[in-house]
Ligand binder design. Sequence first.
Ligand code: GTP
Ligand code: MG
Length: 190
Amino acid sequence: MVTSAEFLLSASNAGHFPPEGMPEVAFLGRSNVGKSTLLNRLLGQKLAFTSSTPGRTQSVNFFRVEDRMIFVDLPGYGYAKAPKSVSRAWQEVVDAYLLQREKLALCCVLLDSRRGWMETDLQLKEWLEFHQRPYVVVATKVDKLNQKEKNASQKAIREHYPSGEIIWFSGLSGQGVKEIWQTIWKRTVR
Ligand SMILES: Nc1nc2c(ncn2[C@@H]2O[C@H](COP(=O)(O)OP(=O)(O)OP(=O)(O)O)[C@@H](O)[C@H]2O)c(=O)[nH]1
Ligand SMILES: [Mg+2]
């Protein structure tokens, strides 16, 4: 597993992004979907700030993972209560990140397994496909579903994502951590 990881910096605009170097893995998804929780689970330590209050992560946070890669915790979108000025700022910094970073090796697109694709998720997916950014879908909070609900969720996610990889993740049990690491390793080997 990971032997060392550290918080690097938090950037509220593109001017504060660190210089590019190691391959980057970005965590994207709606507010409260579990991005920071997943990142902490992968690293085996609580480096990213998590909260039951949506909209907690408001800037782009960079974490160094050994001397191999950078994890990037992006602020969540689709938080209805966010003022317009905040959602515009969000859009700008996230767009800048996704457009500019040449070392972006993989985007983990997180969907709440109870909700599947929401409108904003589909917009993000189209955007990633248009700009040819590689991504994988992580369905979170799977501990909240029984088997029947999980089957229904899988079917719903597949409607907009017929053949790509779906990884089922639980921040409670750690289910999926191994699979997500396998995918990350595959995409980040230089
Ligand atoms: N049961 C369960 N709860 C989870 C899971 N993942 C996250 N949570 C909870 O969901 C809430 C939000 O988690 P965060 O990781 O902070 O979500 P986020 O996507 O980083 O949110 P923002 O930073 O606001 O965009 C927290 O209360 C977590 O404990 C999961 O897999 N299962
Ligand atoms: Mg967060």
